[in-house]
Each structure stands twice: as C-alpha cells, then as structure tokens.
Design a binder for this molecule. Structure first.
Ligand code: ADP
Ligand code: PAZ
Length: 413
C-alpha cells in the first residue's frame, strides 16, 4: 500500500518515536471502513496557551487548564469492509494502533482503546483484539453521524455547498442558526435524522434503497468490477434509452395539467418492458445512468417528504454514495427543489463519507480521556491563513480526493 498517498511517513521521526499520531477513530460500515486520525507535525509546533482560545470554541471547556496548541493534520482513509485485512495491515504499518488510550483506572489493563462506530465495531471487535491487540470502544452510529456533521459544519471552512445547474456554491454557516436540519446519510442503506442541536436528534426515517442498492444492482447488471467504474460509466450513459418518459406515454406531449413535462421520467427502467430486448442489448453506461438517477431521485424525494413532515428547510446529504459526483448531486438537488417547489435546499458536505468516523473521533473528549482531549479546533479564518487556519490539501475546487488530509491546529489540555 502506498502510504505516501496520505502525506505522512510512518514513523518518520528520526528517533523512531510513535508520538506523531495522537488519535485514531473508525467507522466500520456495511460497505466501507472509514478511518480518521490526527498527526502532529512536529514537537516544535506545540505552544502553550493560558486559556481557551476564542469565543468560537467548538468544544468549550469549563475549567481553566493550560491548553496546548498542536499543529498537525487530520488524515482520512477508507477500505472496503470485505477487505478488512487491508485496514488491519494499514493500521499496523502506520503503527496507528498505539495511538489510542489506556483503560481508565485499570493499570493492569494495558490494551489500547480505539473509538469505533458502525455495525462493524460490534461485528469485528474480536478480530481487532486478536490481530492488533486493541479494544474497540463502541459508539452509537447515529450519535456519531450527528456529532460528525455538527463538527464539520462548525469547524471546517466551506464544508457545505449547494449544487445547482452544475454550479457549486459554498454555504456560510451561522452557528446560531444551524438547527434544525435534516441529515440524510446515504451509506449502504439510508438514515434520515432530524437534528435539533448538539447530541439532540431523532432518526425519523430511513430507506433500504441506498448506496448498496446502486452498487449491488449495478454490479449485477453491468459486470463492473468497482464502484468507481460504475460511477464513471454513468457519465457517458443516456437514461432515456431505458427509462419510460411521460412523453413516451403521452405521444411526445407534456402532461401539463398535473405539471409533468414530456421529459419527466414516468417509470424508471420502464422501457425495458416493451423493448423486447435482453440485458446484453442495453449499454452498461445507460443502465448505470438510469440506476443512479432512479436511486438518487428516490432518496431526494423521500428526504423532501421527511423535511416536510417537520418543516425543515435544509437537508444535508452525507455518506459515501454521493462521492462528490455531479450527476448524483444534481439529481438529488433537482428532486428536492421540484418536490418542495423551491422551499427546501439540498446541501452536500465535502467530507460526506467521514461523518461517523469524525463523530467517533470527537467522542474521545466526551468520555474524558484526558490525555487525548481535543478541546477545540482553532477557529479557521481564510484557508491559507495564519496559525490555526485550515488548509485543505490537494483540490482546488473543494472536493476531497481519496486519502487527503486537512491541515489544522487543535487545542489539547
Ligand atoms: N470504493 C467504493 N467501494 C464500494 N462502495 C463505494 C465506494 N465508494 C463509494 N461507494 C458507495 O458508498 C456506499 C457506502 O457508503 P458508506 O457511507 O461508506 O456506508 P457504509 O457505512 O454502509 O459502508 C456504497 O454502498 C457505495 O454506494
Ligand atoms: C442499518 C444502517 C443504519 C447501517 O448503516 P450503514 O452501514 O448503511 O451506513 C443503515 O443501513 C440504514 O439505516 N438502513 C435503512 C434501514 C431502514 O430504515 O429501512
């Protein structure tokens, strides 16, 4: 595995010390394992501060300890859950398993505790113990999704954006006017969560037609070997070859009386009924496009209906299904806009797939692991700014490419 991709060298300290990586957290989902960790740049970047740094504190502490400003980077990585051994090997090669914390009040137990969420935190606990000697400290998946989303929305400059007619527009988040919102996490399946505040939320709905459905059906129907291949195919496809449009039913005309244009999809995959064709007669790119459109549209519509139930105007979409993919985001945006008659907005997150893992990461503090407490991500002013500013590596257009990192500073006590 090419660790250079991650912008770090394992154990790059000339003395061989392992203290560069100070935190790691995992989200082990139905399809993908997401891993985040914080690494310090070097010892000399530690500064003492007398008090909490600013009014914009993300994680406010009531005590008045001395804080240290650590400069470093958040790193993001993902693995297929079905190839969990790659993840274990990665952790081992980078010695990330030494980055957890020890059991509180039990000096005899020297096993490292690593925060982990997602179903796999339950399913693979024994494997992690056996292979790496670490205990996965399980955090609830919904708690983590919400904590991760709130963390990103408050801490990361230009995290959320709209995607309309191919244009990305970043949202300025007013911390006092963030709630309530609907969080829709499109992973293997889909969870819809009404968020009313920090740790204040209710999972209001979900659907089993999600990212796993797109990838599973797509793999069967197109013989694609990877998710990215399937997504790539959709670029070149034409869904009208397979989808039955209103115009196909109404002789090329709109059904204007009920507001349907002739180009509206009346029935996804509906043309396959009458075409008298076999699967092989359809182009994989057309199948991929129809499938992506069907699933994205359906999720957009169900999301809107749930937003309507609770009078929510903002819908944030996360989960790795989205992948920053233009056609997916466009379809979801159009669905939300169409059904809400422009009242509700679909918003996307740059770190869409890492909500759960980041939520598990910030939960170290919640449980009072003093030595690992992240007090605050420094208020980030313009991207290339002074100490404490955020800097997103790599992408000019705000997309998080695989295995990138965010440079940042954190306060620890
Ligand atoms: N490299 C990939 N391999 C498999 N699925 C991917 C990949 N990238 C994106 N996806 C999509 O993301 C979904 C998983 O999203 P994720 O948020 O990680 O959910 P989960 O927690 O269920 O694993 C998949 O079902 C698929 O639609
Ligand atoms: C069970 C899950 C929370 C697991 O999360 P995931 O691994 O898909 O990210 C999710 O797949 C889900 O919400 N499914 C939809 C179930 C339903 O409400 O019908």
């Amino acid at each position: 595995m090419d660790l250079g991709n991650l912008g770090i060298q394992p154990n790059s300290d000339p003395n061989g010390s392992k203290d560069h990586v100070s935190h790691m957290a995992l989200d082990i989902g139905g399809t993908l394992i997401k891993l985040v960790y914080f690494s310090r740049n070097c010892e000399c970047s530690v500064e003492d501060k007398e008090d909490k740094p600013s009014n914009d504190s993300l994680l406010v502490s009531n005590d008045h300890k001395k804080f240290q400003l650590l400069k470093g980077s958040f790193h993001f990585a993902k693995f297929e859950t079905s190839k969990i051994n790659d993840c274990l090997e990665f952790i081992q090669c980078n010695q990330l398993h030494f980055s957890g914390c020890k059991h509180h009040g039990d000096p005899t137990n020297d096993k490292c505790i690593i925060k982990a969420t997602g179903g796999g935190a339950h399913k693979y606990g024994d494997l992690f113990k056996e292979k790496l000697g670490i205990c996965l400290d399980k955090e609830d998946e919904m708690d983590c999704l919400v904590a991760g989303a709130n963390f990103l929305l408050k801490a990361v400059h230009e995290e959320a954006f709209t995607y309309i007619n191919g244009q990305k527009e970043f949202l300025q988040i007013d911390h006092d006017d963030l709630y309530p919102y609907l969080l829709v996490n499109i992973g293997s399946g889909v969870s819809m969560i009404k968020v009313d505040g920090d740790s204040k939320f209710e999972r209001v709905s979900g659907t089993n037609v999600g990212g796993g459905t797109f990838w599973g059906l797509g793999r069967l129907l197109t013989k694609c070997k990877t998710f990215d291949e399937l997504l790539e195919l959709s670029h070149q496809g034409n869904n009208r070859v397979i989808d039955m449009l209103v115009g196909d039913i109404y002789g090329g005309m709109d059904y204007a009386k009920i507001g349907l244009s002739s180009m509206t999809i009346a029935s996804s995959f509906g043309k396959a009924i009458s075409d008298n064709k076999e699967l092989e007669d359809y182009k994989p790119e057309d199948i991929s496009r129809s499938l992506l459109r069907m699933i994205s549209n359906n999720i957009g519509q169900i999301s809107y209906l749930n937003a309507l139930r609770f009078g929510l105007k903002r819908i944030f979409f996360g989960g790795f299904f989205i992948r920053g993919h233009a056609y997916t985001m466009d379809t979801i945006s159009v669905a939300v806009n169409f059904w809400s008659k422009g009242e509700a907005k679909a918003l996307f997150l740059r770190h869409e797939g890492f909500l759960g893992a980041l939520g598990a990461f910030v939960s170290y503090e919640k449980h009072g692991f003093d030595d690992l407490m992240v007090r605050q991500l420094v208020h980030q002013s313009p991207v290339s700014a002074q100490d404490g500013g955020y800097k997103i590596h790599g992408s000019q257009n705000g997309e998080l490419k695989d295995n990138e990192s965010i440079e940042c500073s954190v306060y620890v006590s």
